[in-house]
Ligand binder design. Structure first.
Ligand SMILES: [Zn+2]
Ligand SMILES: [Zn+2]
Length: 226
């Protein structure tokens, strides 16, 4: 599946994605995968001709095990500064993710069972910068608070590339849908409808493939309210 946008590289794929963005201030890593993902991320960096200490910033979109699992190890390997929304920062520093609940359907219940196991053995990690809605972040990114999936989730706009890093505000695996697990599914639906009103052409996800054209229109079809 195509995952490429100029200046953006996927450094982790499979169950969950992570990306790096090239910037004047070094590489910005977005998310750090499940626990023990660090060696895969470092190998992907090396395939790009980059070293761990080229990563100057790590932005964690939310405090779930599949996004912060490799964070402590990646902070250590890179010496980067860590950014997350102020609402999920305590959960990252405690290594205790906020709760999620299953939605309708068998897949959601199965993932819920798996997620209860993933919650254990998370390594706490330091957050250097507590982000608020609208903050400008390294890499030319703008943070947008996107609660519902997790109380302190942020999605990231990259205006120069007209790109949205959608994190888990939606997934693009079997079409564009809300995530299977959410802290507050109704709020997640409100958030997705609000994000559908933003101005972007492309979207990358925590789970699933790139939408490389007319992404905001796809969000409106999937999530906009009448
Ligand atoms: Zn999540
Ligand atoms: Zn996820």
């Amino acid at each position: 599946m195509k995952q490429s946008v100029p200046g953006v590289h996927r450094v982790l794929g499979g169950y969950v994605n992570a990306f790096v963005v090239d910037s004047d201030d070094g590489l910005v890593l977005i998310d750090a995968g499940l626990p023990k993902s660090e060696s895969r991320i470092v190998r992907a960096l090396s395939a790009l001709g980059r070293r761990p200490d080229d990563v100057r910033h790590i932005i964690v979109t939310h405090a779930h095990p599949d996004h912060m699992g490799g964070l402590a190890a990646m902070l250590k390997a890179t010496g980067a500064r860590c950014w997350s929304h102020e609402t999920d920062a305590d959960a990252i520093e405690a290594g205790v993710p906020p709760p999620v609940y299953a939605g309708p359907g068998v897949a959601s219940r199965l993932l819920f069972a798996a997620s209860r196991m993933m919650r254990n053995n998370l390594t706490p990690a330091r957050v250097d910068h507590r982000v608020r809605d609208g903050d400008r972040l390294p890499g030319g990114l703008v943070a947008i608070h996107a609660p519902g999936h997790s109380p302190g989730q942020i999605v990231l706009m990259h205006p120069k590339q007209r790109l949205l890093f959608a994190a888990d505000c939606a997934m693009n695996i079997w079409g564009l849908k809300l995530s299977l697990l959410n802290e507050d599914r109704a709020l997640a639906a409100d958030t997705a409808a609000r994000i559908a009103g933003l101005d972007f052409d492309r979207a990358l996800f925590g789970h699933g493939g790139l939408i490389d054209a007319q992404a905001a229109a796809r969000f409106r079809e999937a999530f906009a309210r009448p």
